[in-house]
Design a protein around this ligand. Structure first.
Ligand SMILES: [Zn+2]
Length: 228
C-alpha cells in the first residue's frame, strides 16, 4: 500500500515541530526519488524543507517512515536517534535486500580482495563465534558495487557474497566482519516457514545471536551513517 505524499508531509511537519518552532519552516515537500542506492536527503532552503526518499521506500510501513523522518531530522539537527528507530529502519533495509534479484555464482570476484580477505575473516569468525562448526562456503566479492545488498548467502550454491563496495580502506574492518557474521548466521539458522507461507530468515533467535557480534552497535551506526 502506498502512503500518500500528503500524509508523509504531515508526518515531517509533526516531527519538525518536536524540535523547531512553527515559523522556522514555511513549507514541506516530500517526494520519492529514483536513487540507485538506498539513499534519502533532507534539505532546508530559506524555510522550505525538501525531502527526497529512495523509491524503494514507497512500500515502507508508516512506522518505518516515521523512523526515517526522525533519523533524517536528527542528522540535520545533530541530535541522537533512539535505538528503536534505528532498528526499525535497518530491519526494513535488510528486508529490502531479499527482494532484489539474485545474481548467479559467475558474478563473483575472489575472496581475497584489495583490502579484505573474506576467507581470513570467515575463519576468524568461525573460530570465535561458531566453534569452527560451519563448513566453509564459496566466498567472494560481488562484481557490481551498485547493488544495495551488503551481503548475501546463497543456500543453493552454498556461496557467501559480500558487496565489493565494502572492500575499501574507508570501510572499517568490523563492518565487513559484521556483514560476514550476519551471512554466517544465515548458514547456521537457515530459515523457517512463517504462517503466511513466506520464508522467515531473520527470526527472533537470529536477531538475538546477531547482537553477540562484538562491535554490533558500532558497525550498525557506521552503516546507518553511510547508508543515508
Ligand atoms: Zn539477512
Amino acid at each position: 500500500m502506498l502512503l500518500e505524499i500528503e500524509k508523509l508531509e504531515r508526518l515531517y511537519e509533526e516531527k519538525f515541530q518536536e524540535f523547531l518552532s512553527r515559523n522556522q519552516i514555511s513549507s514541506i515537500q516530500v517526494s520519492f526519488y529514483p536513487y540507485s542506492q538506498i539513499k534519502h536527503t533532507l534539505r532546508i532552503r530559506s524555510g522550505k524543507v525538501i525531502v527526497r526518499i529512495a523509491n524503494s521506500f514507497q512500500n515502507a510501513p508508516i512506522e518505518v517512515q516515521k523512523a526515517l523522518a526522525s533519523i533524517l531530522i536528527a542528522k540535520l539537527l545533530k541530535k541522537p536517534v533512539s535505538s528503536d528507530e534505528k532498528k526499525l529502519y535497518l530491519n526494513f533495509v535488510a528486508s529490502l535486500k531479499k527482494t532484489i534479484p539474485q545474481s548467479g555464482r559467475r558474478n563473483l570476484k575472489p575472496a581475497k580482495g584489495k583490502f579484505y580477505d573474506l576467507e581470513e575473516i570467515f575463519d576468524r569468525l568461525n573460530e570465535k563465534y561458531f566453534q569452527n562448526t560451519l563448513s566453509k562456503p564459496i566466498l567472494g566479492w560481488s562484481t557490481r558495487k551498485t547493488s544495495r545488498k551488503l551481503g548475501r548467502y546463497d543456500f543453493v550454491n552454498k556461496t557467501l557474497i559480500v558487496n565489493s563496495a565494502l572492500d575499501d580502506s574507508k570501510v572499517p574492518d568490523y563492518v565487513v566482519e559484521m556483514i560476514v557474521y550476519h551471512e554466517m548466521l544465515h548458514m547456521k539458522h537457515s530459515f523457517r516457514k512463517g504462517k503466511n507461507g513466506k520464508k522467515c530468515f531473520h527470526t527472533a533467535a537470529f536477531r538475538e545471536e546477531e547482537k553477540k557480534f562484538e562491535h554490533f552497535e558500532k558497525a550498525e551506526n557506521w552503516l546507518l551513517n553511510n547508508f543515508i
